[in-house]
Ligand binder design. Structure first.
Ligand SMILES: [Mg+2]
Length: 407
């Protein structure tokens, strides 16, 4: 049975066997929460050595797609360095699609200007100043402020971020206090976007909130803290066009070039110049890849949300939702098999909804994650989180790793 027919299946044995027999597949995978546990402080992340070895066996059929970065003090390369591993591991797209690591480990920023890079470089200092001013007003001690600034200001070169996980922890369950901090942080970040506009970079950036409650006209909605979790913890300043959806197309363009020698979307295709809406991206891809023999598309993520909107409907979001949905639609539109794999990352240090046990038959049973009308179908799920996924991945690489990708 083709993979797209499955719903909320935990039959990983079937999935592995199927992909071993149909080795022409392409895995596009998120990182945090998928192959690493979610942690409050990104500097404490580690990568599993067996998993990394397995990714090498699937070279050419495996690319990462993350809102984090390859480079910088909190990048994946720094983790690889610390573990004495080559920086060419985990090729693919970071920073939501603007930072490309090729198979040789070369990093480029397709479509990004020097003025944009310079503006971004100045932001981490402004984030620090903001926290130093705001947090004492919420009763934080000087020690707590210093600790918060050290872990919250992420000086990522192309996606500087305020990560409030530690601040949420220090609020000690005081949801109202954290909600006010969230709102103030959002307002501050929006004021930086206005500054960019005054510097002639009005269309260069946008604010990404993770997790969020969906978006309207490109503006993402803050997920306020509630009894069920922290809500939005990451306030990420991103380059416009840095959307994981567009990243899927860039990866597919590269993969098809390796196979056919031609770029279906053009050699200069990048996420900055790509259409910025989901529907336009889908239409463009269906036109460009029509008639080509595509691999089985496998999308892997852990951040998908759905909450009741109070009017009988649902507000859907999550930073993996868009790219997983697009990948599924590409499968339908182009007549190739596709599967979405959902990893439960609720067992980490960051509070978020987890998969219920036993698994429901309908996505309506996935409170906080999905709903019964969700257009995104989670074909396979990993209730055991990243550890269960890593075991599956290593077995898959052992079984399918040595078969030529295009056989
Ligand atoms: Mg993730």
């Amino acid at each position: 049975m083709s993979l797209h027919h499955f719903a909320l299946s935990s039959d990983h044995f079937y999935l592995k066997s199927y992909l071993s027999e149909h080795p022409d597949f392409l895995i596009i995978q998120d990182l945090d929460g998928v192959c690493m546990g979610l942690v409050s402080d990104p500097l404490t992340r580690t990568l599993d050595a067996d998993y990394l070895q397995a990714t090498e066996r699937l070279a050419g059929r495996f690319y990462v797609l993350t809102n984090g970065e390859h480079i910088g003090p909190r990048g994946i390369n720094a983790i690889l360095q610390k573990q004495n591993l080559p920086e060419s591991l985990l090729p693919g797209l970071a920073a939501g699609g603007v930072q490309w690591k090729d198979a040789g480990g070369q990093i480029t920023h397709p479509g990004v200007t020097t003025a944009e890079m310079d503006f971004l470089a100045r932001l981490p200092d402004r984030f620090s100043d903001f926290l130093h001013t705001m947090l004492p007003r919420y009763g934080f001690s000087p020690e707590a402020v210093a600790a918060s600034v050290a872990s919250a200001v992420l000086d990522n070169p192309v996606s500087p971020t305020l990560n409030l996980n530690v601040v949420y922890g220090l609020c000690n369950g005081d949801t109202d206090r954290y909600c006010s901090i969230q709102k103030e942080t959002e307002a501050f970040m929006l004021s930086l976007l206005e500054d960019a506009g005054q510097s002639g970079l009005g269309n260069s950036f946008f604010l990404h909130l993770a997790p969020n409650q969906g978006k309207t006209n490109g503006t993402e909605h803050l997920a306020p803290a509630s009894a069920s979790g922290a809500g939005t913890t990451d306030f990420q300043f991103m380059l416009s066009g840095a959307l994981k959806e567009a990243g899927v197309l860039l990866i597919l363009n590269q993969v098809m070039h390796q196979r056919t020698g031609a770029y279906p979307l053009g050699q200069d295709f990048n996420v900055r110049s790509a259409p910025h809406t989901h529907d336009e991206l889908l239409q463009m891809a269906v036109r460009a890849f029509a008639g080509m023999k595509l691999p089985i598309l496998i999308g892997v993520g852990d951040t998908v949300t759905s909450t009741a909107d109070g009017h009988g409907g649902s507000r859907r979001g999550g930073s993996d939702r868009g790219f997983l949905t697009l990948l599924q639609q590409l499968g339908e539109g182009l007549g190739t098999d596709a599967a979405v794999l959902y990893i439960d990352s609720s067992g980490g240090e960051v509070r978020r909804p987890g998969l219920p046990f036993p698994l429901p038959h309908d996505q309506g049973g996935l409170t906080g994650i999905s709903d019964s009308d969700d257009p995104l179908q989670l074909n396979f799920v990993f209730p055991g989180g990243h550890e269960e996924y890593i075991r599956f991945y290593c077995e898959l690489a052992a079984a399918a790793g040595n078969t030529p990708a295009s056989s």
